[in-house]
Design a protein around this ligand. Structure first.
Ligand code: HAM
Length: 421
């Protein structure tokens, strides 16, 4: 038997209700906030991610699904959505269409990480990006959108962490300070951190092993320049004004290289180790890097698998998927079959979910199937009914059976379903 690839998941049945719940609310809310959808390919040239996410990040160093295609091009399954959206924005000349521009996306991402609950190799993100605004108002719109979205899908037990990474020159000074601080402790650090020390020193701060060293490390906030500081202070002031709760987290540095100034991450209290349900921030230099003009930008992405776990952990009521309000059982010749099929079409046109018997089972087997599949009503049509121009409708909850004249059956079934709600 074939098996799915480690770190991937098959989704089906009522599990899909959580996905519909999140995606439908995400799409609707995006439009209300002025974001339009963008769909980009799930693979891109490898160098796009190396350039944007950063050569020395964990993602580029060890997590990308990279392969040569048959034309010898190096291709990578997208590990995240921001770089492709920026690429599309530049390539399609959208840069000339005025600002701000706001896009959202939903889709699979791929990272070769060690799978565990909430961490997969194929996972899905709902994300959004705003292009063109350097103002803290954009940061606040973004964070307010994330907060609203999480509440809209029923979550309350989460915490928004924010920090500022300053501007690139601030970060250079800060990295120097970190190097000095960590140098005497180097031999005691974990193996990963020894590498990070050389390649990506900021990541030492969010190492899960060397927590104690990080606590005493210089704070980025002390190295932030005046403009970035003002930006951060104003963002916080507006968040306060809107009543959006957040926690300042000076150790929040994020795992992708493109960020500057505001960064944020949302943690859910009931998810254990993989508690980050969303993350994002400002990336004012990325669009220029990728080949466009200087356009300030920012965005976020939420992991849908983790949102599902959080919804379950908080016992949020999510509507079931309904596919079987009415079961149509029929037994007889072609005339009866056509009548049954016609009724199925009519009911579906009225928005009623119908399962029509298509296995041509015995009559008793059909009735058994109606009850096995949890139908609310079972319609019965046989030669007898056809002759008398009637249809029988059985209430599967009470066992009561009603006889409808053919012309009244659709409205009768609608009323019965309404009454059963
Ligand atoms: P990220 O923090 O790498 O940011 O990912 C965003 C979210 O995706 C995480 O908070 C988490 O919920 C989910 N996620 C990440 N990796 C996995 C995984 N292996 N399995 C399950 N879920 C995962 C970004 O990707 C940025 N592109 C966000 C952004 C948009 N920044 C600006 N614009």
């Amino acid at each position: 038997m074939y098996q799915k690839i480690k770190g991937t998941e098959d989704l089906f049945g009522q599990e899909m209700k959580y996905w519909y719940w999140i995606e439908e609310r995400g799409r609707k809310l995006s439009l209300l906030y002025g974001f339009t959808e963008i769909r980009t390919p799930i693979f891109e040239e490898t160098k796009l991610f190396v350039r944007s996410v950063g050569q020395d990040t964990d993602i580029v160093q060890k997590e990308m699904y990279t392969f040569d295609d048959k034309g010898g091009r190096s291709i990578t399954l997208r590990p995240e959505g921001t770089a492709p959206v920026v690429r599309a924005f530049v390539e399609n000349g959208l840069i000339a269409s005025g600002f701000p521009q706001k896009y959202f996306y939903v889709g699979p991402m791929f990272r070769y990480e060690r799978p565990q609950s909430g961490r997969q190799r194929q996972f899905h993100q709902f994300g959004a990006e705003i292009f063109g605004s350097p103002s803290p108002l954009a940061d606040v719109e973004m964070i307010a959108f994330v907060d609203r979205f999480l509440r809209e899908i029923g979550l309350v037990d989460f915490e928004i962490h924010i920090n500022t990474l300053g501007d690139p020159e601030d970060r250079l000074n800060y990295k120097e300070a970190l190097k000095k601080y960590y140098a005497p402790h180097l031999e005691h650090l974990c193996d990963d951190c020894k590498v990070r020390y050389e390649k990506n020193i900021l990541r030492l701060l969010d190492c899960k092993v060397d927590v104690e060293y990080a606590k005493g490390a210089p704070k980025l906030v002390d190295y932030i320049g005046e403009n970035a500081k003002k930006h951060y202070e104003e963002s916080k002031k507006f968040l306060d004004g809107l009543g959006i709760k957040y926690v300042e987290d000076p150790r929040l540095v994020r795992g992708l290289d493109y960020y500057n100034r505001t960064v944020f991450e949302v943690h859910h209290h009931k998810l254990g180790a993989m508690s980050a349900i969303a993350g994002g921030g400002r990336y004012d230099n990325l669009i220029k890097e990728i080949g466009g003009k200087e356009v300030p930008a920012l965005g976020f992405a939420a992991g849908i698998e983790r949102l599902v776990l959080a919804i379950k952990a908080e016992n949020v009521h999510v509507d079931d998927i309904v596919t079987n309000e009415v079961y149509i059982a029929h037994f007889g010749g072609d005339d009866v079959k056509v009548e049954a099929m016609k009724l199925a079409q009519q009911l579906r046109r009225e928005g009623i979910a119908v399962n029509l018997e298509i296995m041509e089972r015995s009559f008793s087997a059909q009735l058994k199937n109606a009850s096995r599949t949890g139908a609310k009503l079972c319609v019965i049509i046989g030669e007898n009914e056809l002759e008398k121009d009637i249809v029988l409708v059985k209430n599967m909850e009470t066992g009561e059976q009603f006889e409808f004249e053919k012309n009244f059956v659709v409205s009768g079934i609608k009323d019965m379903i309404e009454d059963m709600k």
